[in-house]
Write a protein that binds this ligand. Structure first.
Ligand code: SAM
Length: 271
């Protein structure tokens, strides 16, 4: 297998082939799958009723190539049918959680959500990122995504009186015995970033900051990041920028050409 390439094919069969020759080689599998049904014409859709079983097959195939220390992250949001929020993502989550370790749900809070076009709905301001692993021993580097503290005590060197016994390893970066808050703190599982406004030939590009966040949090330099629904190549770009290796799978040749041209442009930029 050659890393840092995009494979043309259906992800289910391609992942199985990759396993048969390479076994467990991926450190992070991250993707935004096609929605059920709705966008059938643009990039292929699976009927809502079949979606949980289909996604289970994809995740099973993905988990085969994942190292025991790896993570799998699915960025997904269910749509609305006739004014009613569909439940296929929840059904999918329940199904996956029966078989794999469901570590967490991260919420991507969008700062610039699109209008819904409905008078009876608010803007859809978030998407889910579902984190699954094979074992409890997954790589996790919260310091690599730490953010500036918004506490009014941040950076305050003046010692405050300890108000009682506290656990010092609560992840807040607060030294409870001294009551001093560091400049940088561990973020929450609500990730705030704008939607991608890139004007390129793909209908569902996610912002590069999204895969970047999970790549930093769950891998180290040189690790292998796999996106089985590569689309326009955003995950590959994030991996390259962060010094990781990537492998993409995409079944639409036009999107492969788009991804490859974006990856080549990045390489040119970095020369
Ligand atoms: C939501 S898009 C991913 C967009 C990507 N995250 C980006 O930023 O460009 C899903 C992609 O999966 C591809 N796709 C759908 N079904 C597939 C399958 N069974 N195997 C491989 N690719 C598939 C579609 O062509 C589409 O480009």
């Amino acid at each position: 297998m050659r890393l840092n390439t995009v494979i043309h094919g259906d992800c289910l069969s391609t992942l199985s082939e990759l396993y048969s020759t390479n076994k467990e080689f991926a450190d992070l599998i991250i993707f935004s799958p096609p929605y059920a049904q709705q966008r059938q014409d643009t990039y292929g859709g699976v009927p809502e009723n079949d979606y949980p079983d289909w996604m289970l097959s994809v995740v099973r195939a993905g988990m085969m190539i994942l190292k025991p220390t790896g993570s799998l992250v699915i960025n997904i949001k269910e749509h609305v049918n006739d004014g009613v929020r569909s439940l296929y993502v929840l059904e999918t989550t329940l199904l996956l959680a029966r078989e794999f370790r469901y570590v967490d749900e991260y919420i991507w809070h969008k700062t610039n959500p699109f209008p819904t076009g409905s008078k009876k709905r608010l803007k859809d301001g978030y998407e889910r990122c579902l984190h699954f692993t094979k074992s409890a021993d997954y790589q996790f580097y919260p310091d690599s995504v730490s953010e500036k503290s918004t506490s009014k005590y941040a950076g305050d060197n003046e010692r405050r009186k300890n108000k009682g016994a506290h656990n010092t390893t609560n992840g807040s970066n607060m030294h409870m015995s001294k009551r001093i808050i560091g400049e940088l703190v561990r973020p929450s599982n609500v990730i705030t970033m704008p939607v991608s406004c890139l004007n390129i030939d793909h209908p569902a590009v996610y912002p590069i900051a999204l895969p970047e966040f999970f790549i930093r949090l769950m891998t180290k330099e040189g690790d292998v990041v796999v996106d089985p629904f590569l689309g326009s190549g955003t995950t590959a770009l994030a991996a390259v920028k962060l010094g990781r290796q990537y492998l993409g799978i995409e079944r639409d040749e036009a999107y492969i050409r788009l991804a490859e041209s974006r990856i080549a442009a990045l390489a040119e930029e970095r020369k």
